[in-house]
Write a protein that binds this ligand. Structure first.
Ligand code: GLU
Length: 251
């Protein structure tokens, strides 16, 4: 399958994979995920991780609820949580000798050609140094008008500017269903989609999870960006341990 032939892979993880409903860090998941990334590194692939979680971890540290958080406050919370997020990655990735770097992007960075070219060069230099960049939106700087708001779209832009062959969106759902599987028993998982058409867009209704902001709509928007740049995209259930192995091993 296409992961095998991909040189550059972007993996996006949502906040709900890092923190559970009781606001506990998913320690076991993180250490298994680090093994997944190590496997890809051993296969000499360039990896970029797009991770949410700054606001969720900031809220955890400050003992705040994410609900009703005003924009200016959430920007401060994101600034506090971002360092927690990187510490978390460092804690689980360093023992596996995976070197990490951090890149915070705004919408403008990916849409203005000069800035996008600059970001591309930074990714390339990090790859040649053998580092895995961890990307998040620069939540503390971006205002509501210029915000991505969700990391699905950000991840698709990162895949586009880095020339990635494959984007994996790890979330708490298996993929796109014909109907909302949370309320419809007869919902069927759509295994493969070759073109995003009106029919697909219509069934991608918004779904909201505890910590993240992205739903199916944003995932399909991300797929549209990938479609334009010739990048494959997978939506996979990240809640299992070593989700990349679980998704791609039997495909
Ligand atoms: N950038 C936000 C954060 O790190 C999350 C956006 C999202 O949920 O997709 O907290």
């Amino acid at each position: 399958m296409y992961l095998k032939d991909s040189k550059t892979v972007v993996v996006k993880i949502g906040s709900s994979l890092l923190i559970d409903k009781d606001k506990k860090i998913r320690v076991k998941w993180l250490s298994e995920f680090a093994k997944d990334i190590k496997n890809l590194k051993n296969l000499k692939k360039n990896i970029i991780i797009v991770s949410s979680g700054a606001i969720a971890l900031g809220c955890k540290k400050l003992k705040l609820s994410k609900k009703n958080l005003k924009l200016d406050k959430s920007q401060a919370v994101a600034s506090i949580g971002q360092i927690e997020l990187m510490n978390l990655f460092k804690e689980f990735f360093s023992p596996k000798k995976i070197n990490l770097s951090q890149i915070l992007l705004t919408l403008e960075d990916t849409e203005k050609r000069r800035r996008a070219i600059n970001a591309k060069r930074t990714f390339e230099n990090l790859f040649s140094l053998g580092f895995v960049p961890i990307v998040n939106e620069n939540d503390s700087i971006a205002t509501s008008e210029i915000k991505y708001g969700d990391n699905d779209r950000l991840a698709s832009r990162v895949a586009q500017i880095s020339g990635a062959d494959c984007l994996i969106l790890l979330s708490d759902v298996e993929g796109l269903y014909t109907k909302n599987p949370k309320i419809n028993k007869e919902a069927i998982l759509i295994k493969e989609i070759s073109t995003i058409d009106d029919k697909i867009e219509k069934i991608a209704t918004k779904s909201i999870s505890e910590h993240g902001t992205g739903g199916m709509k944003t995932k399909i928007d991300a797929a549209k960006v990938c479609q334009l740049s010739g990048c494959h995209m997978a939506i996979a259930n990240g809640l299992v341990h070593r989700p990349i192995t679980a998704t791609f091993d039997n495909s």
